[in-house]
Design a protein around this ligand. Structure first.
Ligand code: NAP
Length: 315
């Protein structure tokens, strides 16, 4: 069984990296598969103020870089490949990637989630031309321009505050009259002179020939429609969207039990309904999607995968 890994982890955000760390440290033959670069959503986060021990200037990329170093120091193998198909029917699990095929005794799914779009006309066409889902990546393109931030959760408000370092004005567009974000984050936004809040509004269309030039707003209470046009001198403005996330579950549809929203259901050992297949991090149904809970899930999944292998693959 030389070419068979003990554990293959799909996805290398904090959940996948933590699983790889625990798995490799337990001397299991471990492969961490990453589609593009490591880190997942946290690498597009400027500040990670709530991961225990990360204080002052802890950024998403710096935290991930340290996790990667740690994973490699324990001997986990890493490969860049995109898995296109999985076969979890046999005792040995098979994964078909673009580059190679892989086999493992246990698999940990840590594919995470991806930003949800507003879903209005013009949005997709204007991505990278005024529409963005990542303030850390794109804020500097909006230096001294106006910016709208859609959403009222933690992500929207935190990213709106980050954008105030660049934009001349940041308007949060929220569909209700109360924010969902934690009170401590809300207070910072209310105090910031660059931040305005448009209550009870949604964006129903984005327009622009090349760059974003106008946005249509609808009042969720009165139904009133208004169109905002870019300042003539600026020629454009920004719309940053933070309206939650969607699980990256395409590979596992009809293969693993998920909830209605498409998150994989596990028990507290991170076991899915398929024996030998575990899930960790944002892809699973859970009450709190944070780096700290992703890392914890990864650790549990790896330890449980180890026990599963011990019980099922005695040699
Ligand atoms: P979230 O908490 O689900 O908030 C999504 C926001 O988008 C909500 O305000 C929601 O409005 C709004 N929304 C959803 N669909 C919309 C639509 N179609 N049009 C307009 N608005 C829409 O998502 P999140 O802020 O991305 O956070 C995800 C998770 O990560 C949460 O558990 C959050 O606590 C966590 N997080 C934590 C931190 C931190 O603690 N530092 C930072 C970032 C994220 P409603 O309020 O009306 O539903």
């Amino acid at each position: 069984m030389n070419n068979i890994y003990d554990v293959i982890i799909i996805g290398s955000g904090p959940a996948g990296l933590s699983a790889a760390l625990y798995s490799a440290r337990a001397k299991m033959k471990t492969l961490l598969l990453e589609r593009s670069k490591a880190g997942g959503q946290i690498v597009i986060t400027d500040e990670v103020a709530n991961y225990p021990g990360s204080i002052k200037e802890a950024t998403g990329p710096s935290l991930i870089a340290r996790m990667e170093e740690q994973v490699e120091s324990f001997g986990a193998e890493r490969k860049k490949d995109e898995i296109k198909e999985v076969d979890f029917t046999g005792k040995i699990k098979r994964l078909k990637g673009i580059k190679e095929e892989y086999q493992a005794k246990a698999v940990i799914i840590a594919t995470g989630a991806t930003p949800r779009h507003i879903g209005c006309p013009g949005e997709n066409q204007l991505i990278g031309k005024g529409v963005s889902y990542c303030a850390t990546c794109d804020a500097e393109f909006f230096e001294d321009l106006e910016v709208f931030v859609v959403g009222g959760g933690d992500a929207a408000i935190e990213e709106a505050l980050y954008l105030t370092k660049f934009a001349k004005k940041v308007t949060i567009v929220h569909r209700r009259d109360e924010l969902r974000a934690a009170k401590s984050i809300q207070e910072k936004a209310f105090k910031n002179p660059k931040v305005e809040i448009m209550w009870n509004k949604v964006i129903t269309e984005l327009k622009g020939d090349g760059l974003l030039e106008s946005a249509v707003f609808k009042d969720t209470k009165t139904g009133e429609i208004n169109e905002y046009f870019a300042d003539e001198e600026d020629g454009t403005f920004g719309v940053f969207v933070f309206v939650g996330y969607l699980p990256i579950n395409g590979l596992f549809k009809d293969k693993i039990t998920m909830n209605k929203a498409g998150y994989i259901i596990t028990n507290d050992k991170m076991e899915t309904n398929i024996s030998g297949v575990f899930a960790a991090g944002d892809i699973r149904e859970k009450p709190l999607r944070q780096v700290v809970t992703a890392a914890a899930d990864g650790a549990i999944a790896a330890v449980e995968a180890g026990k599963y292998i011990e019980n099922n693959f005695e040699e």
